[in-house]
Ligand binder design. Structure first.
Ligand SMILES: NC(=O)c1ccc[n+]([C@@H]2O[C@H](COP(=O)([O-])OP(=O)(O)OC[C@H]3O[C@@H](n4cnc5c(N)ncnc54)[C@H](OP(=O)(O)O)[C@@H]3O)[C@@H](O)[C@H]2O)c1
Length: 308
């Protein structure tokens, strides 16, 4: 089938391009500022997705079977830094894509976040009441509602967790951020009481491509890895996996009480209940050990790593 993929150059989008290509789909991918070729794309289009008439024309020209939306301003701090831009990418764009999907009778697969929840009542099931504590979470929740309203019969939205894996830039994922700190002499401060249930971008991509094919599944769904862990545990497991020492790769354990100004904007526990997706998909959630086994030393920090 012909898949129109936005955010093809991003962490999740690049993994979707590869997974969809591997499964025999024809993928037309949109990139923004990225100038390099994205693996798996049959066609790569450079487009500013913040320009609605350009989005409409390129979709009408391509007439895809499926639209997968991986474009976003995907970090809370970046949303706060430019609320107008993040509103456009995180709310207006998915709303427009869902309306176009309805118009084209195309499947629409959208990605949201566990950050629609406040973190006070985990594990969260799909029917639990969202209550975002930051702008990013509010924007993604509005996108979920707009997508469902515009394309109820065509759309599925997946709330994804913190992502592990190897990103195109080597600076985006959980272990890559730790390497960036260590390589520049910084000590990451990781919460012992902030719980996340990560999965790899590759595993999430398999789910998203499976959902392109499983057109009978609709609504808002949850996906994650199989293990909720504190950020501190995640950091220590990464350090041990790469056989780094506490001296060369220090981590400071902190609690939410240590950061009274920041903590109210950071959900405490975002463990997810993965039903019903986990019961109906071929793709299965991965343990953190299985995720670690897929990690490579991030290319920007290879020289530092070999000196350790
Ligand atoms: N990363 C995570 O831990 C995580 C966790 C949960 C959910 N999610 C969700 O997963 C989805 C994908 O996130 P991600 O981490 O893959 O994001 P990302 O790595 O930051 O990628 C964002 C993508 O959006 C594109 N983009 C942004 N503005 C654009 C514009 N004006 N025109 C065209 N393209 C534009 C970027 O293109 P260029 O780079 O080429 O400009 C890039 O391909 C998002 O919906 C996010 O909310 C992510």
């Amino acid at each position: 089938m012909k898949i129109f993929l936005t955010g093809a150059s991003g962490f999740v989008g690049a993994a979707v391009a590869e997974a969809a290509h591997r499964r025999g789909h024809h993928v037309v991918g949109v990139v923004g500022r990225t100038a390099t070729a994205v693996a798996g794309l049959a066609q790569q289009i450079t487009l500013d997705l913040a320009v609605p008439h350009a989005v409409t024309s390129v979709l009408l020209e391509n007439f895809p079977d499926v639209i997968v939306n991986c474009a976003a301003v995907s970090e809370p701090a970046l949303c706060d830094a430019d609320p107008a831009r993040s509103d456009t990418l995180n709310i207006a764009l998915p709303t427009q894509l869902a309306q176009l999907a309805h118009h084209l009778c195309a499947r629409f697969v959208h990605v949201s976040t566990e950050q629609v929840f406040d973190g006070m009542a985990a594990p969260y099931a799909i029917g639990d009441r969202p209550n975002p504590v930051n702008l990013y979470g509010r924007q993604k929740l509005l996108s979920e509602r707009a997508v469902t309203a515009a394309a109820r019969a065509f759309a599925v939205t997946v709330r994804a967790p913190l992502l592990s894996g190897n990103s195109p830039s080597g600076r985006r994922s959980l272990h890559e951020r730790l390497f960036a700190d260590w390589a520049t002499g910084q000590t990451p401060r990781l919460y012992t009481d902030e719980i996340r249930q990560p999965c790899t971008a590759g595993n999430l991509a398999e789910v998203l491509v499976e959902l392109c094919e499983r057109t009978n599944l609709h609504g808002v769904m949850h996906w994650a890895g199989s293990e909720p862990l504190s950020r501190y545990e995640l950091g220590c497991r990464v350090r041990a996996y790469f056989k780094l020492t506490e001296k060369s790769a220090p981590i400071t354990a902190i609690t939410r009480a240590d950061t009274p100004a920041a903590s109210p904007l950071r959900p405490a526990n975002l463990a997810l209940d993965l039903q019903p997706l986990v019961g109906v998909l071929k793709t299965q959630p991965e343990s953190f050990e299985a995720q670690l086994d897929q990690l490579v030393v991030p290319p920007p920090f290879r020289e530092w790593y070999h000196q350790q």
